[in-house]
Ligand binder design. Structure first.
Ligand SMILES: *[C@@H]1O[C@H](CO)[C@@H](O)[C@H](O)[C@H]1NC(C)=O
Ligand SMILES: *[C@@H]1O[C@H](CO)[C@@H](O)[C@H](O)[C@H]1NC(C)=O
Length: 152
């Protein structure tokens, strides 16, 4: 019994690990290019990606499994900290991104990136307090420094 219990704990631990990934800045930025959030031919590529990395760093520390409960009872999900009231389905509110909120927590951030793309189209970076408070006032050079060491 004791051994079985330990195996079970190990399995749960491994299962938890596989659904949690912390991206490096460059890996995250490259993934945003791969999934079409920013075009690699965009003349402002480094500025745009720098803003996204700054945003996601302040929202989730680039952790795909991050969740946070807001004081108004809503909940933010994943690397972009997307709100469940408007954007994803968790049993109440709207579901503008047409996906369950759990899709925003997977290691593969394709769904989360697609949802962020829609939010950005509607509200721009102003949809994210993490960006407003921490990134908005940064100089262009400071923003581009978020992806300084990356090779695109
Ligand atoms: C956050 O809210 C969810 C329900 O939406 C609840 O299950 C969870 O325990 C809460 N987490 C914390 C840390 O309060
Ligand atoms: C609840 O709070 C979060 C975080 O402050 C905010 O993003 C969201 O818009 C609020 N939801 C509603 C329905 O007011």
């Amino acid at each position: 019994m004791k051994f079985l219990g330990q195996v079970l704990i190990l399995i749960i631990f491994v299962a938890t690990l596989s659904e949690s990934k912390i991206y490096t800045s460059c890996e995250f930025a490259q993934t945003l290019i791969d999934y079409g959030l920013v075009s690699s031919s965009d003349p402002e590529l480094r500025f745009k990606l720098g803003n996204w990395v700054c945003l996601a760093y302040h929202e989730s520390l680039l952790n795909t499994a991050a969740t946070n409960n807001n004081t108004n009872g809503s909940r933010d999900y994943g690397i972009f900290q997307i709100n469940n009231y408007y954007w994803c389905d968790s049993g109440f509110g709207y579901n503008e991104c047409s996906m369950p909120c759990s899709d925003l927590l997977t290691d593969d951030i394709r769904d989360a990136t697609n949802c962020a793309k829609l939010i950005y189209r509607v509200q721009g970076f102003f949809a994210w307090y993490g960006w407003i408070y921490n990134c908005r006032a940064q100089t262009e050079t400071a923003i581009e420094n978020w992806v300084k060491s990356c090779h695109f």
